[in-house]
Design a protein around this ligand. Structure first.
Ligand SMILES: Nc1ncnc2c1ncn2[C@@H]1O[C@H](COP(=O)(O)OP(=O)(O)OP(=O)(O)O)[C@@H](O)[C@H]1O
Ligand SMILES: [Mg+2]
Length: 387
């Protein structure tokens, strides 16, 4: 743990590591995406409606930061050019419903946000939106749109993309953001076609690109980092599916590990920090699992602990036996296969085909983490006799 005193005399600009925007808003290796966004939004500069478009990309690939940064720039230049322009941002994962999402949009465009009450119906939200919608160019940035579509369908998008038919002098442009590339196919054909073919895709960063992103922040924050340590952080970042957020998190934690003493980030510090972060991530994700997932995992841990082979075909028997002991009815074989796939996606397990054409499962945790998680699972289910 660090205390305020540890930062005495540390002349580092740590905001450069933790900020959403990189120094001077320079997003490295994203020229194509930035160009596409600017091109899509350029009609606003001549007071015309900009087209709706989708953006996609894995987590930590710069979608939110880059879109917000471009919209801020556009707002500034529209102000200088006396072009009426406003933009709003809503994270749909934080909205309870389409109506809630629309009310959040209203709150941002309204001059008197306190008059808007939450919990209203859709019809209230739409009429409020239409009275508040000024003759302005408005861009609505809908982050994590897939979360809303999964629960409520495309009601909000359908409505927003149709508004131009009724209020012809209002220019509304909708930009959606998601990790899920299948968003267009989740929409009704009418809504999908209102988006046309415009898509901006944010690809995962590779180790070399991450290295540049790290060096940019290291320089701005005046950190002392070994060359080898930079390469190691970038390599870990690439393993984390090119996630710039987690890569910067690793840099920040490695810095925190040196602030008390050595002051210099070495490869060794990075490795220790990474192992600790992996450990925390693994234990936290297991702790948050629902009961059946935990029981399945307990069986896999117990077999692995005994150095017995675990394969996807036999794992069900072990799981079902534990369920019987716990007087719970087991979920279906299919569901268990699906859970194993989810574990794989979450980096908890890995599976590989053996020479009998069966899939062997291995747990992806360093020995210390394995021990701690196994202890916690066995203490949760003390009453069972392990396989
Ligand atoms: N090309 C880049 N250059 C510099 N910093 C970057 C770059 N790409 C991402 N970052 C930084 O990585 C962090 C994560 O970016 P951001 O929040 O935009 O990711 P995201 O794609 O929206 O992820 P999520 O899907 O999880 O919301 C931010 O601090 C951002 O500034
Ligand atoms: Mg984001």
């Amino acid at each position: 743990m660090v205390t305020f005193k540890d930062f005495k005399g540390a002349n580092n600009n740590l905001n450069a590591i933790t900020d959403l925007f990189p120094p001077k808003k320079q997003f490295l290796h994203r020229d194509k995406q930035v160009q596409d966004i600017i091109l899509n939004l350029s009609p606003i500069m001549s007071n015309q409606r900009a087209p709706n478009f989708f953006t996609f990309g894995a987590t930590g690939t710069g979608k939110t930061a880059i879109l917000k940064s471009q919209l801020e720039d556009l707002e500034k230049i529209c102000g200088e050019e006396k072009i009426s322009f406003a933009w709003v941002y809503v994270n749909c994962a934080e909205a309870a419903s389409s109506a809630d999402c629309l009310l959040k949009i209203c709150k941002q465009i309204s001059q008197a946000p306190e008059t808007i009450k939450v919990g209203h119906q859709w019809s209230y939200a739409t009429s409020l939106f239409e009275t508040l919608l000024a003759k302005k160019n408005l861009v609505i940035l809908l982050d994590e749109i897939d979360k809303l579509i999964e629960t409520e369908g495309d009601r909000l998008l359908y409505y927003l993309t149709r508004i131009k038919d009724r209020l012809q002098d209002r220019n509304v442009c909708v930009i959606t953001v998601s990790n899920n590339i299948n968003v267009p196919s989740m929409l009704s054909p009418g809504t999908e076609s209102s988006f046309g073919k415009l898509r901006v895709e944010f690809f995962n960063y590779d180790a070399l690109q991450l290295k540049d992103i790290i060096l940019q922040r290291v320089k701005q924050a005046s950190l002392q980092v070994d060359e080898e340590a930079v390469a190691l952080i970038a390599g870990y970042g690439a393993q984390l599916h090119g996630n710039a957020r987690q890569t910067l998190e690793l840099l920040k934690n490695a810095y925190l590990a040196t602030v008390k003493g050595a002051k210099k980030i070495t490869a060794e510090v990075v490795k220790e920090t990474y192992d600790r972060m992996e450990h925390d991530l693994f234990t936290e994700s297991v702790a948050r699992l629902p009961a059946h997932q935990k029981i399945l995992l307990l069986g896999i841990f117990a077999k692995t602990f005994k150095k017995e082979e675990v394969n996807t075909a036999k794992v069900y028997e072990t799981y079902a036996d534990l369920c019987r002991q716990l007087k719970k009815s087991p979920v279906s074989v299919r569901r268990v296969q699906q859970i194993i796939k989810e574990f794989r996606d979450a980096g908890i397990l890995e599976s590989a085909t053996n020479n009998r054409n069966e899939k062997n499962i291995t747990i992806q945790a360093p020995p210390e983490t394995f021990k701690k998680v196994y202890e916690s699972l066995t203490s949760t289910y003390q009453e069972v006799k392990l396989p």
